[in-house]
Ligand binder design. Sequence first.
Ligand code: NAD
Length: 275
Amino acid sequence: MSSIDRIDPAKPLKNQKALVTGANSGIGEGCAIALGAAGAAVVVNYRSNPEEAERVVGLIKDAGGEAIAIRADVSDEGEVQAMFSKAIATFGTVDILVNNAGLQQDAPFQEMTLKQWNTVIGVNLTGQFLCAREAVREFLRRGVVPEVSRAAGKIICMSSVHEVIPWGGHVNYAASKGGIMQLMKSMAQELAPQKIRVNSIGPGAIKTPINRAAWETPEALASLLTLIPDGRVGEPEDIARAAVWLASDASDYVTGQTLFVDGGMTLYPGFATGG
Ligand code: NAD
């Protein structure tokens, strides 16, 4: 039986355990719900607003899934290690990490403070390193369990179109996403022999609290849409469907790749009419 034949199309992540960082809002919430619906037991990580994390846990359970909320700041080594210990104590292991938590602290370049720089790099890039390292330690300890997945583990890094599109006024954010690209690819190269797959999703403009100012008013929306050939702003579900595929054995031969889910934002739309 091929790996594709073995996948239950309704529950492609059956018997798997997933941890999604920053899962009490936006894209992380969408991914947690979709992974739960696909059969995974889900750790809903959050840093603040526990009631929002419990709301997401409730949505997953209402749909017949299994979930718990665990608080941790992903930029804090001790808190990340405690989160993985609790996740493994609760569910037995972790098979899937969605490295999603992220933030922006924007400023004109000459006014950007070291604190703004360090906060964004600390959460967006160092946070992904810390969580990925704990996940890989667990994947290596457990190894491949063929009835569960062909991989020992899967890591999905939430990157951005800004891993390739420069972004003035947001240099800390763009640098963090460019860093994620090489973190992801280097991990994928190093860990493929151990059957650990590492990929990124590069969202375009997705309707979440992080970029509310960009879609909230008709004027802002019209300006944003000039950057999106598809003609609509994305929804967290657009990203969540890609995350389920990258977490499942359907993508077993895919590693070290960024899947841009962006309605064509990376296609240089300004050149559509000749540039
Ligand atoms: P969001 O603000 O709705 O969600 C961000 C999540 O990260 C929140 O749950 C927040 O609490 C959490 N978080 C922040 N700092 C944390 C920390 N130190 N520890 C743990 N959790 C922390 O925004 P979103 O749009 O859902 O963003 C999710 C990811 O998607 C981010 O990495 C972001 O860069 C990326 N992204 C978003 C877009 C978009 O258009 N929305 C586009 C490209 C990439």
